[in-house]
Design a protein around this ligand. Structure first.
Ligand code: C5P
Length: 220
C-alpha cells in the first residue's frame, strides 16, 4: 500500500536529502533515506571482506543485513547490527562501491521490501522517501511522486561545497561516474508519466523547498 509514500527521486546534488528532511520536519512526516540504506549495505559487504562485484556475495550479505534505520528526520543515525555507520557510509570508499551493490536485481527486490515495510509500520501519517526508483518501482502508486533535478554542473558544485570545497574536479568526476553507473540500473534523470518535475538549477534552497511543498499541496 503506497498511500503513505511521499516519493522523491533524483540524482546526487539535486538537493533531495536536505529538502526531503526539511519537508518531513515541517509537515510532521517521517523520513527515509534509501540511499543511506544502500550505502549501509555496501559498507556491510566491504566489512565482510566480500567483493562488491561478486553478485552472490552481495546477495548473501543482503539476505542477512541487520539494518537499523529510524524514520525521524532529526535523527539520521544508521547502524548495521550494533555498529554505528552514520559517518562511515559517507566515506568515498563506500560511495565508490555502492553502485555496484545496488546493481544486483535480487538485492533491489529484497531492499525494496524492507522500505515498504518500514513505511507501512511507521508511526507517521506519511513518510518522505527519497531515492532513485521510489516514484517508479518502490511506490509507483504513491499519491505524491516528484523528480527533483538540477543541471549536472550545478549538482557537482553543490556536492563539492558540501564536502568542504576542496578537490572540486575530483568530486565532480566521482559524481558523474556514479550517475553513469546508477543510470544503467534505474532512470532517475527523466520523469516517468505522472511524476512531477522540480528543477532546482535556478532555485535556491528555500525556493526548492517551496516548489516541492507546492506539488505536495496540489497532490494530497
Ligand atoms: O542518494 P545517495 O547518493 O546517498 O545514494 C547512494 C547510492 O545508492 C546511489 O548512488 C545508488 O547507487 C544507490 N541507490 C539506489 N536506489 C535508490 C537509492 C540509492 O540504487 N532508491
Amino acid at each position: 500500500d503506497a498511500a503513505k509514500f511521499i516519493a522523491i527521486d533524483g540524482p546526487a546534488g539535486s538537493g533531495k536529502s536536505s529538502v526531503s528532511k526539511e519537508i518531513a520536519r515541517r509537515q510532521g512526516y517521517g523520513y527515509l533515506d534509501t540511499g543511506a540504506a544502500y550505502r549501509a549495505l555496501a559498507w556491510y559487504v566491504l566489512e565482510r571482506g566480500a567483493d562488491t562485484a561478486d553478485e552472490q556475495a552481495v546477495l548473501a550479505a543482503a539476505s542477512d543485513f541487520p539494518l537499523q534505520q529510524g524514520l525521524d528526520a532529526d535523527d539520521r543515525r544508521v547502524a548495521v547490527g550494533d555498529v554505528d555507520v552514520t559517518d562511515a557510509i559517507r566515506d568515498p570508499r563506500v560511495s565508490a562501491a555502492v553502485s555496484g551493490v545496488a546493481r544486483v536485481p535480487a538485492v533491489r527486490v529484497q531492499v525494496n521490501e524492507v522500505f515498504r515495510r518500514l513505511v507501512a509500520e511507521a508511526p507517521y501519517p506519511a513518510v518522505v522517501v527519497e531515492g532513485r526508483d521510489i516514484t517508479t518501482v518502490v511506490a509507483p502508486d504513491a499519491p505524491v511522486r516528484i523528480l527533483l533535478t538540477a543541471a549536472p554542473e550545478v549538482r557537482a558544485a553543490r556536492r563539492a561545497a558540501e564536502l568542504g570545497g576542496e578537490n572540486a574536479a575530483a568530486v565532480a568526476e566521482a559524481l558523474h561516474k556514479r550517475d553513469r553507473s546508477d543510470s544503467a540500473v534505474v532512470d532517475f534523470l527523466t520523469a516517468a508519466p505522472g511524476v512531477d518535475v522540480v528543477d532546482s538549477t535556478d532555485l535556491d534552497y528555500q525556493q526548492t523547498v517551496d516548489a516541492v511543498l507546492a506539488v505536495i499541496g496540489e497532490r494530497l
